[in-house]
Write a protein that binds this ligand. Sequence first.
Ligand code: FAD
Ligand code: ZN
Length: 483
Amino acid sequence: MSAPLPAAHATPTPELLQALKDAVGDKGWSDDRQDVAPHLVDERNLYYGVTPLLLRPATVDEVSACVRLCAEARVPIVPQGGNTGLVGGAVPFEHGGEILLCLSRMNRIREVDTVNDSMTAEAGCILETVQTAARDAGRYFPLSLGAQGSCQIGGNIATNAGGCAVLRYGHMRELVLGIEAVLPNGRVYDGLKSLRKDNSGYDLKQLLIGSEGTLGIITAGVLKLFPPPVERHTTFAGVASPEAALDLFSRAREALGDAVTAFELMPRIALDFVLAHIPGTRDPLAAPHPFYVLCEATATRHDLALADALNVLLEKVLEAGLINDATVAAGETQAQALWKLRESVSEAQKHEGGSIKHDISVPIATLPGFIGEASWRVEKLIPGVRVVAFGHVGDGNIHFNLSQPKNAEREAFLSRWDEASRLVHDTVVDMGGSISAEHGIGRLKRDELVRLADPLELDQMHAIKRTLDPHNIMNPGKLVLPG
Ligand code: FAD
Ligand code: ZN
């Protein structure tokens, strides 16, 4: 899966490396093997890269100076945030000709504005730090995902991160009011506007959101804040099928409206994995069920009506046989225990051998059909494969993961990744879905995007890339391969 240094690129010279070091000062670079090593392997251990130099600039001017030097020398540059991305976008290629630039030292919260309900945070701020800063100001920043203790806000913007609260608050695209970024020629785009309404032409900010480091380096963002939820009701219900889960979803929306903040699905096999491998977890329901729904309803002021509406809903759906059993968390500790079951699925799956992972979305109504059809197809391809289809059902987003058959050879199973993925992605496309719901394209899905994207859309993406990055120095070989 290696790529050679693209023909248009130059190998970094000792002079360039020295100029880059001078641009960021002593604290701003490293070429120490041990220090650099964690930055060269991706979260899933799929890619091991090489770089002659890791840069850690502390200001936007330093980022700009570095990019300008690389652009002039035609040397590619890879931006990296918390390196928690799941598609191999933040790790350099094996050829060793790319400079790695980490944003971790740009970690200041520049401003919290409680009148505008916004926060200006530098790219290197850890997501959890941003959530805490919002809370300290009596506000709420809703982006929430398993990697929040280490992913960075710049990485979240660059990947258009989703997570567990998209249903109510939207993904990153909807949570960013403005952006500051260094473009591939080194110029600084100062788009740190905190406007709620701005209809003045093409939206460069939206182009940079989700661009995965291929159109520029994001150095700061203005984020939307919300009133904090003061009440939360977390329900864990056993259901017979994904169809029943979807029926429950519609009824929950009818009964509770916008209060439904999260609606997650997991199959029994996922719960079995969690119970077997994650210490301190227990099955919250008395008997096993084929699928489980984790539904969260929140209110931003104390609202007795919400608790009542939830109780009435649960009574009705139990009576109708739509759910088999359910538990509602009695307090924060129990709510966290229920969330832990859902959030530990990926971790637990690691203990079951190799897994081939997909992050797909389809129109919500077709989700049960997708799970059925794709499961049937992969089970035919790899007898004994264990389908672990879980995720953000309320957004039509399923992590359609495959665990190796019991007692199979890990490497032999993983060698079928492309074959299995093509089958799953073909099923997704047949159903009008997307091969990347929230993790992005990066390196892992680049060729699948070429295979499956609308040619017109791909042409336009290439045109945009060539316009903003004519020398293809910004994270080349990721997301798109401009012709
Ligand atoms: P990195 O991994 O460092 O980089 C990701 C991409 O963005 C790369 O292409 C990189 O070049 C680029 N990039 C990073 N910073 C910048 C910058 N400042 N400017 C320009 N480009 C940049 N994702 C979801 O969407 N939803 C989830 O629910 C979710 N859950 C996860 C759970 C776990 C346990 C893990 C490990 C990951 C999960 N992810 C999820 C994936 C990942 O956390 C997100 O993609 C996250 O937004 C990446 O942020 P990061 O700072 O780690 O970026
Ligand atoms: Zn997810």
